[in-house]
Design a protein around this ligand. Sequence first.
Ligand code: ATP
Length: 375
Amino acid sequence: FSPWNDPQAKPFIRFENVTKRFGDFTAVSNLTLDIYEREFFSLLGPSGCGKTTLMRMLAGFEEPTEGHIILQGRDISGTPPYKRPTNMMFQSYALFPHMSVEKNIAFGLEQDNLPKGDIEARVQEMLKLVKLEQFAKRKPSQLSGGQRQRVALARSLAKRPKVLLLDEPLGALDKKLREETQFELMDIQQTLGLTFLIVTHDQEEAMTVSDRIAVMDKGVIVQVATPAEIYEAPNSRYVADFIGDINIVEGKLEAVEKRGEGDRATVICEGGFRVTVDQASCAADPGTSVAFAVRPEKVRISTDAPSDTTVNALQGEVWDIGYLGDFSVFIVKLADGSTFRAAQANVSRLVDRPITIDDKVWLTWPAEAGLVLTR
Ligand code: ATP
């Protein structure tokens, strides 16, 4: 499933040069974005970057100051929210407390004056979908947080919107329930074949559920890509730093060698050491300021000196170790006083010679593990 790579595919939703100003504050700035039918799409970014504003414009609760929002080829500017094929799911406390679960789910359908039999059938279908059949007669106060969340989901899906908009839908749930619910959401989205647009500031959540993610910063999109691309090939320091853990070192590009399979770049890092990076293309001129980045789990830590053929090797001393169960993070102090992180999977408790604090160690990584960031 990758319609965004198909030049024939038409976007389902298009934000076209959309700007939203509140007074003289620009919340969304000349933003263009295509979302495809059946996509699970996330808007990810820190608080205040404009994610919710973008979603509210699609729902019709706000109108763009400039630009157009196009849904299935039609400009929906001026169409009121209830006439749009979108529905926004708010947090669980938006349920009616005096109504039973089934009444909550039926509410929107009754407003639309659907025949009684149809409403009953739809409510049953929705209860089944969110696995709450036995709870139909309960009031929201008699449910757990996770169950309430599922009622809210059932209610927002009952009217069969084409696009479901989810604003921090799992924010109120604890970590374990949140993770379970993420998989349920994905399952429901697949079953119904709908387009889901979710707003979140939780990068792990976005990585888990999404087909693609747009990473936002101050009203603009910095990168749109699949979770794996965002993680493996972030296009800037901002995206690299926002997603997962990463070592980032400022430096100067020394040289770029064009090779058949891609570019080989060398960077002189602050701290004086030189690193070699193989990546598809390195669009910067020698002498320019760049950042070198490598994820800790790609860095190997060892007390043994590396072989002569190792392209990237740094020597240091173990300063701290974080034990995280499935893996450990080693914080290593380099000669210039800066620190570098290496993560190692804890596959066995029977390690011959565990690395401990103050050990002299070598950090090594292959050229293709690193990144040169020009932005
Ligand atoms: P969060 O994760 O905190 O919800 P967000 O990325 O969703 O953040 P938005 O809610 O889209 O951010 O808000 C973006 C910016 O626009 C914020 O600085 C906010 O204060 C401002 N803003 C949003 N709505 C209004 C409004 N109605 N009037 C004035 N400013 C607003």
